[in-house]
Design a protein around this ligand. Structure first.
Ligand code: ADP
Length: 393
């Protein structure tokens, strides 16, 4: 039996799950979360498999310290006897540049993640800091990264290439990588069990950060995120696809440097920037219902973006057997699902209105629909844990 500690890190957040893995069985024995990492006081919460909960507050200066905090809690709770009891830590790491898939954290991996940090400035530094910290404090502990780009390694070259000088791809790695790989991979695996005959699947991971993926026979063949996590659909705060030639004019009109424009595009744009209301779709939908025109435009644009990619990906797939919604928005917003699906009636797709407005995971299309529609909760950490375990074996 293997014990694996999986980390999912955000700028100020730390989430973990402790897995016990035996053969095909993967049990989550404990999970926890820290908010406000780096603040004077960080709040944490912990739950174990018996339903025992604990919460607390203390300074957690960085993500490495977050690992130490939960290591101690797990030992006190009897789920780990010592550090040696832990077989590995695994990361849902974001951008590994030329290194995709599942990799041991070593000097080469750290150097490549550092090289591509300009492409993932909000994510790579956090993971690098945790990896280095844990390596220093626990030098014998095996660390393994599963990159979010991994599932998209099967996308053909002609679909991962920008129309830029070829040398940029060769020399600098300027190409589309795709992200949210663990989520799309989990849904691909779930669909193999739920509807094995569905060869052509589109997964819509819609949340704070959103992407759509076309999956043929279980493999990714297209996705909306590109060289960075900024592209494709617009996101809660992020711009999505944008025209680089607007940048000089924006710098002039806003009287600011490139960094400030990029800051607006990555933190104050998307749903928030367009609606002027919030980065939370629930509040934007409320405002739209109350007559706020900018909020209505933001919702209409989001639906239209999603629809456009579904049309493009249906063409890539040569038809569509199943459409899946996941992520905070995909799972919870019946409005987004119904507005997208009503435009797909031309495919013979028909949503079951009662199932769509319900709260149960599963199929939400009518039995006679030519394309099945699903609302499924994703489980990214389980994909990381599975891959980490395979690597250990
Ligand atoms: P992240 O990408 O940060 O992991 P999530 O996948 O958890 O985010 O999605 C969070 C988003 O889900 C929130 O921004 C919120 O707008 C959206 N959301 C959650 N519930 C609903 C709902 N009932 N209707 C519409 N949007 C929702």
């Amino acid at each position: 039996m293997k014990k694996i500690f999986i980390m999912n890190l955000g700028t100020t957040s730390f989430k973990f799950k402790l897995y016990h893995v035996q053969g095909e069985n993967m049990d989550v024995r404990a999970s926890g979360e820290i908010e406000s990492v780096g603040a004077a006081e960080s709040r944490w919460q912990y739950t174990n498999c018996d339903g025992k909960n604990a919460t607390g507050a203390c300074p957690v200066p960085n993500h490495g310290a977050g690992f130490t905090l939960f290591l101690e809690i797990l030992q006190k709770d009897g789920l780990l006897t010592s550090l040696q009891d832990l077989n590995a830590v695994g990361y849902k790491a974001v951008h590994g540049g030329s290194l995709s898939g599942t990799r041991i954290v070593d000097d080469e991996l750290i150097a490549e993640m550092e090289r591509v940090t300009p492409l993932a400035p909000a994510h790579n530094p956090i993971y690098l800091s945790a990896m280095k910290d844990i390596r220093e404090n626990y030098p014998d502990l095996v660390q393994i990264a599963r990159f979010e780009t991994s599932f998209h390694a099967t996308i053909p070259d002609y679909r991962t290439t920008y129309g830029v000088p070829y040398e940029w791809r060769e020399k600098f790695g300027i190409r589309k990588y795709g992200f949210h790989g663990s989520s799309h991979e989990y849904i691909a695996g779930a669909m193999k069990k739920l509807q094995p005959e569905a060869r052509r699947v589109i997964t819509c991971h819609l949340g704070g950060s959103s992407s759509i993926c076309a999956i043929l026979d279980g493999k990714s063949i297209a996705t909306t995120l590109g060289a960075t996590v900024q592209s494709g659909l617009f996101h809660n705060n992020r711009v999505g696809d944008f025209e680089p030639f607007c940048l000089p004019m924006l710098m002039e009109k806003l009287d600011c440097d490139l960094e400030e424009v990029l800051n607006i595009l990555s933190k104050k744009s998307g749903l928030l920037g367009l609606s002027g209301v919030s980065n939370d779709l629930r509040l934007v939908l409320e405002a739209a219902d109350a007559g706020n025109e900018h909020a209505q435009l933001a919702v209409d644009t989001l639906i239209d973006n999603i629809l456009g990619y579904i049309g493009m990906y249906t063409a890539y797939l040569g038809g569509l057997d199943a459409l899946v919604f996941t992520g905070g928005i995909g799972l919870n917003s019946d409005v987004v699902r119904s507005r997208v699906c009503e435009k797909l009636a031309y495919m013979g797709l028909s949503l079951d209105a009662a199932a769509n407005s319900g709260r149960t995971d599963g199929c939400i299309s009518t039995p006679d629909s030519k394309v099945s529609v699903w609302r499924l909760k994703t489980d990214e950490e389980s994909i990381v844990a599975q891959n980490v375990c395979q690597m250990l074996q």
